[in-house]
Design a protein around this ligand. Structure first.
Ligand code: CP
Length: 304
């Protein structure tokens, strides 16, 4: 039984296969309408979500399957003190596959040790978000045609931004990659991520606190939100929350074939005036999330 806890649980070849399936689903959705008939997905979300939970649910429904679950910890027996291990041991009896989001780093890994059905990490605290990365990879492949030879700027909260940690791990496996890490000093990429996926692999990178100076270099700009829910101190959040705001003026400095990604939700970090720029891909990216999650569910359920 295979789980998806970390994006590196999938080989480059497996990701290529899933992207091919997702592209085929986009072109021929009718061929997949009964792929998961009689199968059930449980979405156990101990933390808020719009895209991840609803795209998982839409994915399973479009595969002909069924969904059940909860969208907040307080509506589950976690509120009475039930452990994650006990919760998934029980839900394994009700569902064929479980997508789980939890505020504690490592909770999906713990769940995978107790579950008897595949566990998908739908985001664990400030750690990882592998299905967002699959979404990002499908978007990059469709928009740029290849993963190689890209200069990727990641901007904003790189400390708590779990999407960034998973994206760096995934992109570090392709050739000709350069990372530009754009954040305030307090929100830099954690050293464990930088060491494992950038320094130890000899990947070139630049670290900066200003976006304008590097805009012209980038092929991909991955904007992220400063995450209020991860701060211990409201004052620090208020001081840092608007550290980067992407505006049409900044977009003038960029390449014509730049793509702007954002896992969403957005707060202030991309001006809505950028939305009409053809280089703004974040709403397409959110849509692609459903198709790659369909491909993932099929893979983990071993549906042909
Ligand atoms: N990108 C993402 O994880 O969005 P949600 O928090 O809405 O699921």
């Amino acid at each position: 039984m295979k789980n998806l806890i970390d994006i590196l649980d999938l080989s480059v070849e497996e990701i290529d296969e899933m992207i091919a399936v997702a592209n085929d689903i986009i072109d021929h959705p009718e061929n997949y309408r009964e792929a998961c008939k009689y199968k059930t997905l449980a979405t156990l979300f101990f933390e808020p979500s719009t895209r991840t939970r609803l795209s998982f649910e839409a994915a399973m429904l479009e595969l002909g399957g069924r969904v059940l679950g909860f969208s907040e910890a307080n509506s589950s027996s976690a509120a009475k003190g039930e452990s994650v291990g006990d919760t998934v041991a029980v839900v394994s009896g009700y569902a064929d596959i479980i997508a789980m989001r939890h505020p504690k780093e490592g909770a999906p890994l713990v769940a995978s040790m107790k579950a008897t059905v595949p566990i998908i990490n739908a985001g664990d605290g400030g750690h990882n978000h592998p299905t967002q990365t699959l979404t990002d990879l499908l978007t990059i492949k469709r928009e740029k045609g290849s993963f190689d030879n890209l200069t990727i700027g990641v901007c904003g909260d790189l400390k708590f931004g779990r999407t960034v940690h998973s994206l760096i791990a995934a992109m570090s496996r392709y050739s000709g990659i350069k990372f530009v890490l754009i954040s305030p000093d307090e929100l830099k990429v954690p050293s464990y991520v930088k060491n494992a996926h950038i320094r130890n692999k000899g990947i070139p990178y630049e670290q900066t606190t200003t976006l304008d100076n590097v805009m012209s270099e980038l092929d991909v700009l991955y904007m992220t939100r400063v995450q209020r829910e991860r701060f211990f101190n409201e004052e620090d959040y208020l001081r840092l929350k608007d550290c980067f705001i992407l505006t049409p003026e900044k977009m003038k400095l960029a390449k014509q074939d730049l793509i702007v990604l954002h896992p969403l939700p957005r707060v202030n970090e991309i001006s809505t005036a950028v939305d009409d720029d053809p280089r703004a891909c974040y709403f397409r990216q959110a849509r692609y999330g459903k198709f790659i999650r369909m491909a993932l569910i099929m893979k983990l359920l071993e549906v042909k």
